[in-house]
Design a protein around this ligand. Structure first.
Ligand code: PLP
Length: 398
Protein backbone atom coordinates (compact mmCIF):
# COMPACT_ATOMS: atom_id res chain seq x y z
CA UNK A 1 0.00 0.00 0.00
CA UNK A 2 1.23 3.52 -0.78
CA UNK A 3 0.39 6.18 1.81
CA UNK A 4 1.06 9.86 1.20
CA UNK A 5 1.21 11.80 4.46
CA UNK A 6 3.16 14.83 3.25
CA UNK A 7 0.35 17.09 2.11
CA UNK A 8 1.86 20.21 3.66
CA UNK A 9 4.72 19.80 1.18
CA UNK A 10 2.37 19.42 -1.75
CA UNK A 11 -0.91 17.73 -2.62
CA UNK A 12 -2.21 15.51 -5.35
CA UNK A 13 -4.10 17.44 -8.05
CA UNK A 14 -7.82 16.73 -7.68
CA UNK A 15 -8.82 14.72 -10.80
CA UNK A 16 -11.70 17.16 -11.35
CA UNK A 17 -9.19 20.03 -11.40
CA UNK A 18 -6.95 18.18 -13.85
CA UNK A 19 -9.93 17.59 -16.15
CA UNK A 20 -10.82 21.29 -16.07
CA UNK A 21 -7.25 22.22 -17.06
CA UNK A 22 -6.86 19.83 -19.99
CA UNK A 23 -8.65 21.85 -22.74
CA UNK A 24 -6.23 24.75 -22.23
CA UNK A 25 -3.20 22.85 -23.53
CA UNK A 26 -4.23 21.79 -27.04
CA UNK A 27 -7.66 23.28 -27.71
CA UNK A 28 -8.17 26.65 -26.03
CA UNK A 29 -4.54 27.69 -26.26
CA UNK A 30 -4.61 31.31 -27.43
CA UNK A 31 -2.73 34.02 -25.58
CA UNK A 32 -5.31 35.68 -23.33
CA UNK A 33 -3.95 39.08 -24.38
CA UNK A 34 -4.58 38.44 -28.09
CA UNK A 35 -7.66 40.05 -29.56
CA UNK A 36 -8.65 37.14 -31.84
CA UNK A 37 -11.04 34.40 -30.84
CA UNK A 38 -8.24 32.03 -29.84
CA UNK A 39 -7.12 34.43 -27.15
CA UNK A 40 -10.50 35.80 -26.18
CA UNK A 41 -11.79 32.22 -25.89
CA UNK A 42 -9.83 31.86 -22.68
CA UNK A 43 -11.53 34.80 -20.97
CA UNK A 44 -14.75 33.27 -19.60
CA UNK A 45 -12.85 30.57 -17.71
CA UNK A 46 -10.25 33.07 -16.47
CA UNK A 47 -13.02 35.29 -15.12
CA UNK A 48 -14.64 32.26 -13.51
CA UNK A 49 -11.31 31.30 -11.91
CA UNK A 50 -10.82 34.80 -10.48
CA UNK A 51 -14.35 34.67 -9.09
CA UNK A 52 -13.67 31.35 -7.37
CA UNK A 53 -10.43 32.73 -5.96
CA UNK A 54 -11.85 35.89 -4.46
CA UNK A 55 -14.91 34.10 -3.11
CA UNK A 56 -12.74 31.39 -1.54
CA UNK A 57 -11.04 33.90 0.77
CA UNK A 58 -14.04 36.26 1.00
CA UNK A 59 -12.33 39.16 -0.74
CA UNK A 60 -14.55 41.98 -1.96
CA UNK A 61 -13.87 41.68 -5.66
CA UNK A 62 -12.17 39.62 -8.39
CA UNK A 63 -9.88 42.63 -9.07
CA UNK A 64 -8.32 42.07 -5.65
CA UNK A 65 -6.56 38.88 -6.86
CA UNK A 66 -3.24 38.79 -8.73
CA UNK A 67 -2.02 35.52 -10.21
CA UNK A 68 1.63 34.63 -9.48
CA UNK A 69 3.86 31.58 -9.97
CA UNK A 70 3.53 30.46 -6.34
CA UNK A 71 3.34 31.70 -2.75
CA UNK A 72 7.05 32.49 -2.74
CA UNK A 73 6.65 35.00 -5.56
CA UNK A 74 3.57 36.45 -3.90
CA UNK A 75 5.36 36.89 -0.56
CA UNK A 76 8.43 38.43 -2.22
CA UNK A 77 6.22 40.82 -4.18
CA UNK A 78 4.33 42.02 -1.12
CA UNK A 79 7.31 42.42 1.21
CA UNK A 80 9.66 43.94 -1.39
CA UNK A 81 6.83 46.08 -2.73
CA UNK A 82 6.26 47.53 0.74
CA UNK A 83 10.02 48.08 1.02
CA UNK A 84 10.02 50.10 -2.19
CA UNK A 85 6.85 52.07 -1.38
CA UNK A 86 7.16 52.77 2.28
CA UNK A 87 10.84 52.36 3.07
CA UNK A 88 12.86 53.42 0.01
CA UNK A 89 10.30 55.99 -1.15
CA UNK A 90 8.75 56.72 2.24
CA UNK A 91 9.87 57.43 5.75
CA UNK A 92 9.30 54.05 7.37
CA UNK A 93 12.00 51.50 8.04
CA UNK A 94 10.60 48.68 10.14
CA UNK A 95 8.92 45.32 9.50
CA UNK A 96 7.47 42.93 12.09
CA UNK A 97 7.31 39.18 11.47
CA UNK A 98 7.67 36.00 13.55
CA UNK A 99 10.52 33.57 14.15
CA UNK A 100 8.57 30.67 12.68
CA UNK A 101 7.64 31.93 9.21
CA UNK A 102 8.39 29.95 6.07
CA UNK A 103 11.78 30.80 4.48
CA UNK A 104 9.89 32.67 1.74
CA UNK A 105 9.18 35.32 4.40
CA UNK A 106 12.27 34.93 6.58
CA UNK A 107 14.82 34.97 3.75
CA UNK A 108 13.10 37.98 2.16
CA UNK A 109 13.22 39.83 5.49
CA UNK A 110 16.88 38.86 5.96
CA UNK A 111 17.61 40.28 2.51
CA UNK A 112 15.88 43.53 3.45
CA UNK A 113 17.93 43.63 6.66
CA UNK A 114 21.04 43.47 4.48
CA UNK A 115 19.65 46.58 2.76
CA UNK A 116 19.32 48.44 6.05
CA UNK A 117 15.73 47.65 7.02
CA UNK A 118 14.98 46.96 10.71
CA UNK A 119 13.13 43.69 11.16
CA UNK A 120 11.62 42.43 14.43
CA UNK A 121 11.24 38.63 14.60
CA UNK A 122 8.67 37.93 17.29
CA UNK A 123 9.10 34.75 19.33
CA UNK A 124 6.40 32.14 19.84
CA UNK A 125 5.67 30.47 23.18
CA UNK A 126 6.42 26.85 24.14
CA UNK A 127 3.22 25.80 22.34
CA UNK A 128 4.36 27.44 19.11
CA UNK A 129 1.69 30.13 19.45
CA UNK A 130 2.13 33.83 18.90
CA UNK A 131 0.74 36.27 21.46
CA UNK A 132 -0.99 38.98 19.40
CA UNK A 133 -0.30 41.59 22.09
CA UNK A 134 3.39 41.35 21.15
CA UNK A 135 2.52 42.93 17.81
CA UNK A 136 0.92 45.89 19.56
CA UNK A 137 3.96 46.21 21.80
CA UNK A 138 6.39 46.30 18.86
CA UNK A 139 4.53 48.51 16.39
CA UNK A 140 6.16 51.92 16.19
CA UNK A 141 5.91 55.05 14.09
CA UNK A 142 8.34 53.61 11.49
CA UNK A 143 6.57 50.24 11.11
CA UNK A 144 5.72 49.70 7.45
CA UNK A 145 4.40 46.13 7.53
CA UNK A 146 3.37 43.26 9.79
CA UNK A 147 3.75 39.86 8.10
CA UNK A 148 2.49 36.86 10.10
CA UNK A 149 1.53 33.45 8.73
CA UNK A 150 -2.06 32.21 9.10
CA UNK A 151 -1.00 28.63 9.95
CA UNK A 152 2.42 27.11 10.49
CA UNK A 153 3.60 24.57 7.92
CA UNK A 154 5.32 22.30 10.44
CA UNK A 155 3.10 22.27 13.52
CA UNK A 156 -0.16 23.36 11.89
CA UNK A 157 -0.53 25.96 14.67
CA UNK A 158 -3.08 28.63 13.76
CA UNK A 159 -2.07 32.19 14.53
CA UNK A 160 -4.45 34.87 15.93
CA UNK A 161 -4.98 36.54 12.56
CA UNK A 162 -8.22 38.29 13.51
CA UNK A 163 -6.62 39.91 16.55
CA UNK A 164 -3.51 40.86 14.60
CA UNK A 165 -5.63 42.34 11.79
CA UNK A 166 -7.53 44.48 14.30
CA UNK A 167 -4.28 45.69 15.93
CA UNK A 168 -2.76 46.62 12.55
CA UNK A 169 -5.92 48.37 11.42
CA UNK A 170 -6.03 50.45 14.58
CA UNK A 171 -2.35 51.33 14.23
CA UNK A 172 -2.65 52.09 10.51
CA UNK A 173 0.02 49.50 9.59
CA UNK A 174 -0.29 47.25 6.53
CA UNK A 175 -0.91 43.59 7.38
CA UNK A 176 0.22 40.69 5.17
CA UNK A 177 -0.45 37.04 5.95
CA UNK A 178 1.03 33.95 4.35
CA UNK A 179 -2.06 31.74 4.17
CA UNK A 180 -0.36 28.96 2.20
CA UNK A 181 -1.07 26.35 4.86
CA UNK A 182 -4.47 27.63 5.90
CA UNK A 183 -6.49 27.67 2.68
CA UNK A 184 -8.51 24.50 2.26
CA UNK A 185 -7.91 23.47 5.87
CA UNK A 186 -9.69 26.19 7.82
CA UNK A 187 -11.93 29.13 6.86
CA UNK A 188 -9.91 32.08 5.56
CA UNK A 189 -11.83 35.36 5.50
CA UNK A 190 -9.76 38.41 4.62
CA UNK A 191 -12.53 40.92 5.30
CA UNK A 192 -13.47 39.53 8.72
CA UNK A 193 -9.79 39.55 9.72
CA UNK A 194 -8.78 42.95 8.27
CA UNK A 195 -6.09 41.41 6.10
CA UNK A 196 -4.60 43.81 3.54
CA UNK A 197 -2.34 41.35 1.67
CA UNK A 198 -2.49 37.55 1.51
CA UNK A 199 -0.37 34.92 -0.27
CA UNK A 200 -1.26 31.41 -1.42
CA UNK A 201 -0.10 28.50 -3.60
CA UNK A 202 -2.48 26.24 -5.54
CA UNK A 203 -0.51 23.03 -5.02
CA UNK A 204 -1.23 23.09 -1.28
CA UNK A 205 -4.97 22.69 -1.87
CA UNK A 206 -5.09 20.07 -4.65
CA UNK A 207 -4.41 22.49 -7.48
CA UNK A 208 -1.44 22.43 -9.88
CA UNK A 209 2.13 23.40 -9.00
CA UNK A 210 3.65 26.57 -10.41
CA UNK A 211 0.73 28.87 -9.75
CA UNK A 212 -0.33 30.95 -6.77
CA UNK A 213 -1.78 34.29 -5.96
CA UNK A 214 -1.81 37.49 -3.99
CA UNK A 215 -4.81 39.20 -2.48
CA UNK A 216 -4.43 42.97 -2.31
CA UNK A 217 -7.17 44.93 -0.60
CA UNK A 218 -8.47 47.90 -2.58
CA UNK A 219 -6.70 51.08 -1.60
CA UNK A 220 -3.43 49.26 -0.80
CA UNK A 221 -0.40 49.57 -3.07
CA UNK A 222 1.41 46.70 -4.76
CA UNK A 223 4.59 47.65 -6.56
CA UNK A 224 5.27 44.88 -9.11
CA UNK A 225 8.24 42.59 -8.74
CA UNK A 226 8.08 41.62 -12.42
CA UNK A 227 7.94 44.41 -14.98
CA UNK A 228 6.98 43.90 -18.61
CA UNK A 229 3.53 43.54 -20.16
CA UNK A 230 0.31 44.86 -18.71
CA UNK A 231 -1.01 41.52 -17.50
CA UNK A 232 -2.81 41.43 -14.16
CA UNK A 233 -3.58 45.12 -14.44
CA UNK A 234 0.15 45.89 -14.61
CA UNK A 235 0.74 44.26 -11.22
CA UNK A 236 2.48 41.17 -12.53
CA UNK A 237 3.94 41.05 -16.02
CA UNK A 238 4.16 37.85 -18.04
CA UNK A 239 1.70 35.74 -20.02
CA UNK A 240 -0.72 34.06 -17.65
CA UNK A 241 -0.69 30.26 -17.58
CA UNK A 242 -4.39 29.88 -18.27
CA UNK A 243 -4.56 26.14 -17.57
CA UNK A 244 -2.96 26.63 -14.16
CA UNK A 245 -5.13 29.62 -13.34
CA UNK A 246 -8.28 27.68 -14.24
CA UNK A 247 -7.04 24.71 -12.19
CA UNK A 248 -6.25 26.91 -9.20
CA UNK A 249 -9.65 28.57 -9.37
CA UNK A 250 -11.51 25.29 -9.35
CA UNK A 251 -9.23 23.86 -6.66
CA UNK A 252 -9.99 26.91 -4.50
CA UNK A 253 -13.72 26.48 -5.07
CA UNK A 254 -13.61 22.79 -4.15
CA UNK A 255 -11.32 23.25 -1.13
CA UNK A 256 -13.15 26.17 0.45
CA UNK A 257 -16.76 25.03 0.10
CA UNK A 258 -18.71 24.52 3.34
CA UNK A 259 -18.77 20.78 2.65
CA UNK A 260 -15.02 20.55 2.04
CA UNK A 261 -14.09 22.50 5.18
CA UNK A 262 -16.54 20.44 7.26
CA UNK A 263 -14.89 17.32 5.83
CA UNK A 264 -11.47 18.63 6.93
CA UNK A 265 -12.78 19.43 10.41
CA UNK A 266 -14.49 16.08 10.82
CA UNK A 267 -13.10 13.33 8.62
CA UNK A 268 -9.51 14.48 8.02
CA UNK A 269 -9.13 15.52 11.67
CA UNK A 270 -10.52 12.17 12.81
CA UNK A 271 -7.91 10.32 10.74
CA UNK A 272 -5.13 12.66 11.97
CA UNK A 273 -6.22 12.10 15.58
CA UNK A 274 -6.39 8.34 15.07
CA UNK A 275 -2.84 8.33 13.73
CA UNK A 276 -1.61 10.67 16.44
CA UNK A 277 -3.26 8.82 19.33
CA UNK A 278 -1.90 5.49 18.13
CA UNK A 279 1.61 6.96 17.86
CA UNK A 280 1.32 8.50 21.32
CA UNK A 281 0.83 4.97 22.73
CA UNK A 282 4.52 4.49 21.91
CA UNK A 283 6.54 5.49 25.00
CA UNK A 284 8.43 8.80 24.88
CA UNK A 285 6.62 10.39 21.98
CA UNK A 286 5.08 13.84 22.09
CA UNK A 287 3.20 16.20 19.82
CA UNK A 288 5.48 19.19 19.35
CA UNK A 289 3.62 22.33 20.39
CA UNK A 290 0.72 20.35 21.82
CA UNK A 291 -2.66 19.52 20.35
CA UNK A 292 -4.47 22.83 20.71
CA UNK A 293 -5.40 25.20 17.93
CA UNK A 294 -4.00 23.40 14.89
CA UNK A 295 -5.06 22.84 11.30
CA UNK A 296 -7.01 19.56 11.23
CA UNK A 297 -4.57 17.69 8.97
CA UNK A 298 -1.18 18.21 10.65
CA UNK A 299 0.78 16.66 13.49
CA UNK A 300 4.47 17.05 14.27
CA UNK A 301 5.63 14.24 16.52
CA UNK A 302 8.91 13.65 18.28
CA UNK A 303 10.15 10.10 18.90
CA UNK A 304 12.76 10.27 21.66
CA UNK A 305 16.00 8.62 20.57
CA UNK A 306 15.07 8.29 16.88
CA UNK A 307 16.43 10.64 14.21
CA UNK A 308 13.59 12.04 12.08
CA UNK A 309 15.52 11.12 8.92
CA UNK A 310 15.86 7.48 10.02
CA UNK A 311 12.12 7.31 10.54
CA UNK A 312 11.54 8.73 7.07
CA UNK A 313 13.91 6.17 5.59
CA UNK A 314 12.15 3.25 7.31
CA UNK A 315 8.71 4.55 6.34
CA UNK A 316 9.83 5.12 2.77
CA UNK A 317 10.86 1.46 2.56
CA UNK A 318 7.21 0.68 3.27
CA UNK A 319 5.99 3.30 0.75
CA UNK A 320 4.85 5.86 3.28
CA UNK A 321 5.77 9.48 2.60
CA UNK A 322 6.02 11.95 5.48
CA UNK A 323 8.59 14.63 6.21
CA UNK A 324 11.16 15.40 8.80
CA UNK A 325 10.83 18.33 11.12
CA UNK A 326 14.55 18.95 10.82
CA UNK A 327 16.25 20.35 7.76
CA UNK A 328 19.11 18.41 6.23
CA UNK A 329 21.85 20.86 5.36
CA UNK A 330 24.53 19.22 3.19
CA UNK A 331 26.19 16.63 5.44
CA UNK A 332 25.17 18.17 8.73
CA UNK A 333 21.81 17.74 10.32
CA UNK A 334 20.61 21.13 11.42
CA UNK A 335 18.12 21.44 14.22
CA UNK A 336 14.71 22.54 13.05
CA UNK A 337 14.52 26.36 13.41
CA UNK A 338 10.77 26.22 14.09
CA UNK A 339 11.24 23.77 16.93
CA UNK A 340 14.18 25.76 18.25
CA UNK A 341 12.02 28.87 18.16
CA UNK A 342 9.65 27.52 20.73
CA UNK A 343 12.31 26.24 23.02
CA UNK A 344 12.56 22.55 22.13
CA UNK A 345 15.79 20.98 23.31
CA UNK A 346 18.21 20.06 20.58
CA UNK A 347 17.51 16.32 20.70
CA UNK A 348 13.81 16.93 20.34
CA UNK A 349 14.48 19.27 17.42
CA UNK A 350 16.18 16.39 15.58
CA UNK A 351 13.49 13.81 16.17
CA UNK A 352 10.40 15.49 14.75
CA UNK A 353 8.41 13.86 11.97
CA UNK A 354 5.57 15.77 10.33
CA UNK A 355 2.52 13.86 9.17
CA UNK A 356 0.13 15.91 7.05
CA UNK A 357 -3.05 14.37 5.70
CA UNK A 358 -5.58 15.34 3.05
CA UNK A 359 -9.12 14.54 1.99
CA UNK A 360 -7.69 11.74 -0.18
CA UNK A 361 -6.36 9.67 2.76
CA UNK A 362 -8.39 6.66 3.91
CA UNK A 363 -8.77 4.84 7.21
CA UNK A 364 -7.06 1.74 5.76
CA UNK A 365 -4.03 3.86 4.91
CA UNK A 366 -3.87 5.20 8.45
CA UNK A 367 -4.12 1.68 9.91
CA UNK A 368 -1.26 0.57 7.69
CA UNK A 369 0.81 3.66 8.61
CA UNK A 370 0.31 3.02 12.34
CA UNK A 371 1.68 -0.52 12.04
CA UNK A 372 4.66 0.61 9.98
CA UNK A 373 5.48 3.53 12.31
CA UNK A 374 5.32 1.34 15.45
CA UNK A 375 7.63 -1.23 13.87
CA UNK A 376 10.03 1.46 12.67
CA UNK A 377 10.33 3.08 16.10
CA UNK A 378 10.90 -0.31 17.69
CA UNK A 379 13.58 -1.26 15.19
CA UNK A 380 15.37 2.07 15.34
CA UNK A 381 15.36 2.28 19.12
CA UNK A 382 16.73 -1.26 19.33
CA UNK A 383 19.74 -0.36 17.23
CA UNK A 384 20.18 3.11 18.76
CA UNK A 385 23.31 3.53 20.85
CA UNK A 386 21.91 6.53 22.70
CA UNK A 387 18.29 5.57 23.33
CA UNK A 388 18.87 2.91 26.02
CA UNK A 389 21.10 5.31 27.96
CA UNK A 390 18.60 8.19 28.02
CA UNK A 391 18.55 9.15 31.71
CA UNK A 392 15.08 9.18 33.25
CA UNK A 393 15.17 12.83 34.41
CA UNK A 394 16.00 13.91 30.87
CA UNK A 395 13.07 11.87 29.58
CA UNK A 396 10.72 13.52 32.03
CA UNK A 397 11.45 16.90 30.44
CA UNK A 398 9.44 15.72 27.48
C1 PLP B 1 3.72 28.44 4.97
C2 PLP B 1 4.32 28.38 3.60
N1 PLP B 1 4.58 29.53 2.97
C3 PLP B 1 5.11 29.55 1.74
C4 PLP B 1 5.43 28.38 1.09
C5 PLP B 1 6.03 28.46 -0.27
O1 PLP B 1 5.18 27.88 -1.21
P1 PLP B 1 5.68 27.71 -2.72
O2 PLP B 1 6.87 26.79 -2.65
O3 PLP B 1 4.53 27.09 -3.42
O4 PLP B 1 6.04 29.02 -3.20
C6 PLP B 1 5.20 27.15 1.73
C7 PLP B 1 5.60 25.89 1.10
O5 PLP B 1 5.86 24.90 1.74
C8 PLP B 1 4.62 27.16 3.02
O6 PLP B 1 4.37 26.03 3.67
Amino acid sequence: MEVYLDNNATTKVDPEVFKAMEPFFCHIYGNPNSLHKFGAGTHPKMVEALNYLYEGINAADADDIIITANATESINTVIKGIWIDKILNGNKNHIITSEVEHPAVTATCRFLESQGVNVTYLPVDENGTLDASLIKEHIKEETALVSIMWANNETGKIFPIKEIGAICKEAGVAFHTDATQAIGKIRVDVQACNVNYLSFSAHKFHGPKGVGGTYVQKGFELTPLLHGGEQMGGHRAGTVDVASMVGMGLAMKLATSEIALAYEENHVKKLRDKLENAILEIPETIVIGGKENRTPNTTLISFRGVEGESMLWDMNQKTIGASTGSACASEDLEANPVMNAFGSDSELAHTGVRFSLSRFNTEEEIDYAITVIKNAVNRLRNISSSYAYTPKDHVSQL
